[in-house]
Design a protein around this ligand. Structure first.
Ligand code: DX5
Ligand code: ZN
Length: 224
């Protein structure tokens, strides 16, 4: 299935070895690299900001998919553009002016994504669909890797697929993706699957082969 993209989340990689981890997971078949930015305010966890994102950019050959779990977003858009983000995704819950944020992301030369927390309805993005490149459906509450998939989000993906029609907009799923949950989302209409713990488990920079078998297991599960 050439339209399906697997985007490993480096939240589950070895933070002391990001460059080598990214190169290893790309060599093992990652389609995009998903980068989780958290501010300890919009979500109850902290990761890193634009300088680190810029530093890892040179290790990424494919698409750098940056997921902002921060509020506010607008003051940092230029910095994430300068860091080399290809896709910049902001949460609709991060402030009252997501329309302006999306305009600014596109204006800074990046593809624009909007993310929805599990309790946020699909209708929140209805009036953004003519100006976004990606809608990210959170299938866990954002903030941490390794959480359990929230099944109620399958229906949200179906609704989004119908709303989007034939517009060239990716539907990305983030959280709890495994070979068991991936096919549910692929069938519902998602085409980008983010996976952190399910990709990085069992492997390391010294022994990256498990990254490849983990990615293939998710892919193969979606083929049926
Ligand atoms: C959660 C992050 C996810 C996370 C997914 O807040 O946005 O990208 O890394 O991790 P897993 O795949 O382990 O649920
Ligand atoms: Zn994410």
């Amino acid at each position: 299935d050439r339209n399906l993209k697997i985007a490993p989340s480096i939240l589950s990689a070895d933070f002391a070895n990001f460059g080598a981890e990214i190169e290893a997971v790309e060599a093992q078949g990652a389609d995009w690299i998903h980068v989780d930015v958290m501010d300890g305010h919009f979500v109850p966890n902290l990761t890193f900001g634009p300088p680190l994102v810029k530093a890892i950019r040179k290790h990424i050959k494919t698409v750098m998919d940056v997921h902002l779990m921060i509020a506010p977003v607008d003051p940092y858009i230029e910095a994430f553009a300068d860091a080399g983000s290809d896709v910049l995704t902001a949460h609709v819950e991060a402030g009252p002016h997501i329309h302006r944020t999306v305009q600014a992301i596109r204006g800074a030369g990046m593809k624009a994504g909007v993310a929805l927390n599990p309790a946020t309805p699909a209708s929140e993005v209805e009036y953004l669909l003519d100006m976004v490149d990606l809608v990210c459906v959170m299938t866990v509450n954002p903030g941490f890797g390794g959480q359990k998939f929230i099944h109620s989000q399958i229906d949200k993906v179906r609704q989004l697929r119908a709303m989007i029609g034939d517009r060239p907009i990716h539907i990305e799923i983030d959280g709890g993706i495994t070979p068991e949950t991936a096919p549910l989302m692929r069938e519902a209409g998602a085409d980008v699957l983010v996976a952190g713990s399910a990709v990085f488990k069992g492997g390391s920079v010294a022994d990256p082969a498990p990254y490849g078998s983990n990615i293939r297991a998710i892919r193969t599960a979606c083929d049926t």
